[in-house]
Structure formats: C-alpha cells, structure tokens
Design a protein around this ligand. Sequence first.
Ligand code: CP
Length: 304
Amino acid sequence: VDHLLGIKYITKDDINLIFETATQFKEVINRPIKKVPSLRDITIANLFFENSTRTRLSFELAEKRLSADVVNFSAASSSVKKGETLIDTVNNILSMKVDMVVMRHPNPGAGIFLSKHINASIVNAGDGAHEHPTQALLDCFSIKEKLGEVNGKNVLIVGDILHSRVALSNILALNLLGAKVKVCGPKTLIPKYIESLGVSVETDLRKALQWADVANMLRVQNERMDISYFPSTREYAQQFGINKSLIESLDKELVVMHPGPINRGVEMTSDVADSENAIILNQVENGVAIRMAVIYLLASKIKQ
Ligand code: CP
C-alpha cells in the first residue's frame, strides 16, 4: 500500500507529478460544478486526534470534490477518551471498509507506526513536531504559482523552527525543488541539527528579510513547550514579527506566507496579513487542489 507519510519519503519527481495533477484540479475547483467522479468507489476516513481548521476542511472538501465517500472522526468525541489504542481504533474503522486514512496525531511518527499495522493508504495530516507534508506541498506550489518557479529562490522561514512540523516538511520540499533556505527566530527555537539540512541561520530578522524572496512566518507553538523558551509574546513580536513599515523599508519585493492559524500582531500585523504581499489565502485555496492530487494519485494505486 502506498502512503504519504512525509516529504522525507518522496522524490522531486513525485512532487512534480503532484503539482501537475493539482494544476488540473485547480481548474475543477474553480468551475461552477466543482466535482469530478474520479473516486466514486473509494471511502476515506479523516481521523483528527489533534485540533485543526484548515487541514481538516481542506481534506474533506478535496475528498468530496473527487466524489469519495467521507467519514470524519474527532478524538475529542470518540472512544479514544475511554482508553482505546490507536491500532484498535483504526482497525475498527477499517472493518467498516475504509480504503484510505487521513490522520493528524500529536505524536511524531504516528502515521509511520500505523502504516506497519494496517492495510490502508495513510496520508499524514500532521504528526506532532515531525512532518506536515501536504502543507509543504501547498506552500511550494503557491511559491511556484507566485514566482514562476521554486528553483533558485531564497526562502526564509521565520519563527519556532524547533517545534514546527511545517518548517521541517518545507525545508525538505524546498531542498528537493532547488530553493535556498534560511531560518530566523530566537536561538532557543532553532534546533542544533538545522545546518545539517543545508539550511543557514540568521537571528537578525531585517538582515534575513533583505536576503529573502519569500518569508514564511510560523507561529510559536506554545502547546508543544513544557517551559517558556522566550520571555514574552510582546518581545517575540518586536524581534521576529513583521509589519508594513518594516517591509516598505526593505525597498524590494517580498512574498509573505503563513500556514495558519495566524496570531495577528505577533507573527505579523494586520496591515501585512491583508496586504498585496501576503498570499495566505492563496495557500489555503491551493491546499484543496494539492490534497485532491495526493488523494487521487494514492487512490489510483489502490484501484490497481
Ligand atoms: N496549517 C494548518 O495545518 O492549519 P490547521 O491546524 O488549522 O489545520
């Protein structure tokens, strides 16, 4: 069975095939009738053991636009709360003849673990601080759409790199596609191994932005910290947040991205989030086409 467990497990050719397929599906989702009958005989379970707005809605819309049957599961209202294991929960769901599982889970590697114990295709919708592959695919697709290509572009990732699955998946995908990657954030939130991934580090945001074609602004993931890594939200915003006057003072073109959920006034002010520089809602729109492509390509293997 084929899966999408992380960018770590796919190739540049896989990404290009996903992008070509997503480009075709983007035309579909912009039509008055937004559906294609491609997956009429496929059933998909969306298992969300951790909160989500964008990813969950985006996967559900992608599945419905491919005409798949969809069931949704949220840990908060399930028997997981009564002590059932992940494998038992998923095997029970699969007994109801489900072909594919889209899973978000707080534990890094949850999808990899599950893939060794069940006979269904798994798509990782975020596993702890490990990977969020469809986010990285939609981010790179959005950069390509905006700038024509990813190869050779300077992409800056700002924020809590240490706790971010979005950062790791983006770095791996950007590396495969030939972008140069730099990270910027508080020293305590940049992991020691980052340079081994071919990524440079700059703790001065202004200098980093001078270098960048694209700035992908990430959230500080307080929910993944046992202790406070940085003195205060205000201090973080002052040193690592962007506002319109900072962007204007750079006197250059800058594409601003954010995977959401955004904290206005922390990662960026509203005058940036709502400006022409920002492609945040394009990222969300592209997310549906990218997820349609991923599901369609995996489902075509199930059907064989
Ligand atoms: N970007 C992202 O994963 O958002 P959600 O947590 O709302 O799904």
